[in-house]
Design a protein around this ligand. Structure first.
Ligand SMILES: Cc1cc2nc3c(=O)[nH]c(=O)nc-3n(C[C@H](O)[C@H](O)[C@H](O)COP(=O)(O)OP(=O)(O)OC[C@H]3O[C@@H](n4cnc5c(N)ncnc54)[C@H](O)[C@@H]3O)c2cc1C
Length: 343
């Protein structure tokens, strides 16, 4: 029998960040994960963006989450000896004079000063004409595949990974097969819908498709943002995302391919090559806030989910908040406590 402080179900972004912070606290951990169809983290562009939406609005509490995100992912990169966390500018392509004016007006707001630079002229032979580019600071991207796969190896080498789909019927209060645990934290992404211990959780999950493309020439040193993202992954390879659909189908589609190709062509003038297409399901919540906290029935069963479309910026802050609630007696803020939402 193996004894651990925390059993974590799922090694997507949520389970990975949570287990890292738990180990950092000196807790013993076992992560149970099977790579299942539709998992979001391996498909995601991994971008974090301080300002989003057509109306250029600051992401919810971004300035609060940002320092924790930088701290945690830089620590993980150091531990794993990789370079997966990238702080790089985001160029928001502004199509009309009105877009440029709106940008300049918004950036007068003091709250936006750390994030919004001036609208600049940007010209490059490979890029279509536009009115200007709004430069966003304190954004960037996490190389999800590099981070998750290297961290998975780290867990495995330290005998902290059990590669299987959890059989919920074999779980008792403190035991799963040959593992005795003090606490269990479920991080299954949208598949929490199969979890009988959190059957009250109501997600509003959405499907997204992404492309990996190649563009010839020197790498662009920024993320393109214009109703979609083109994230430079190095060596002329870019991740493009994402579509948004209200279904749980995990297949890639020709509609998804065409939609994304069209969006790339609206910015990029030169031919590009599609080298991969993927689909995943975002664990969205209607109010767009995470779902964390303890089960209503079993007091050592917890959930960490609902990272929606902004997993990279939300995961470190709320993983720490959940652990602080369990181990330091701190209170979970009301607007992310999963118990605010019942079916
Ligand atoms: C197309 C797309 C683009 C996105 N782009 C971005 C972006 O640019 N920036 C950003 O911040 N966020 C983005 N997101 C959102 C982000 O990916 C998610 O918020 C985040 O990855 C969710 O992580 P998770 O660990 O909760 O879930 P998941 O990534 O789904 O991970 C859950 C893990 O648990 C495993 N699992 C589930 N059930 C079981 C079980 N019973 N037994 C064992 N294992 C199990 C799964 O196989 C998986 O490995 C995007 C999402 C999608 C789909």
């Amino acid at each position: 029998m193996k004894k651990v402080d925390v059993l974590i179900v799922g090694q997507g972004l949520a389970g990975s960040v949570l287990s890292f912070l738990a180990i950092k606290r000196g807790l013993t951990v076992m992560v149970v994960d099977k790579p299942l169809l539709g998992r979001a983290s391996y498909v995601a562009g991994g971008m974090f963006n301080p300002v989003t939406g057509r109306r250029i609005k600051k992401s919810w509490n971004y300035e609060v989450f940002y320092p924790k995100m930088v701290e945690v992912f830089e620590e993980i990169d150091k531990l794993l000896n990789i370079n997966s966390f990238h702080l790089i500018p985001i160029y928001r392509f502004l199509t009309t004079v009105e877009d440029v004016n709106n940008w300049e007006v918004q950036r007068l707001d003091e709250e936006y000063h750390p994030f919004m630079g001036p609208a600049i002229k940007y010209e490059e032979d490979r890029v279509n004409p536009h009115q200007g580019v709004g430069v966003l600071n304190n954004g960037g991207w996490l190389d999800m595949v590099k981070f998750l796969s290297t961290y998975r190896n780290y867990l495995s080498e330290n005998a902290c990974l059990k590669e299987e789909e959890i059989d919920y019927s074999l779980l008792s209060t403190h035991q799963y097969k040959d593992i005795y645990f003090d606490k269990i934290i479920f991080c299954e992404g949208y598949r929490v819908m199969n979890n009988p211990f959190f059957s009250d959780v109501q997600l509003w999950s959405t499907k997204g498709e992404t492309l990996t493309i190649e563009i010839e020439g020197e790498d662009f040193g920024f993320i393109f943002n214009k109703n979609m993202l083109i994230v430079p992954m190095g060596n002329g390879v870019y991740k493009v995302g994402a579509t948004l659909e209200r279904n749980l189908d995990t297949n890639i589609t020709s509609q998804g391919l065409e939609e994304l190709k069209e969006k790339v062509s609206s910015v990029i003038k030169v031919p590009f090559k599609v080298i991969d297409q993927e689909a995943g399901i975002r664990p969205n919540v209607r109010d767009r806030k995470p779902l964390i906290g303890v089960s209503r029935e079993i007091d050592n069963y917890y959930i960490f989910n609902g990272l929606g479309s902004k997993g990279v910026s939300l995961a470190p802050y709320f993983a720490e908040q959940l652990l602080a609630s369990i181990y330091d007696g701190q209170t979970i803020q009301k607007d992310v406590n999963w118990q605010r939402i019942y079916k």
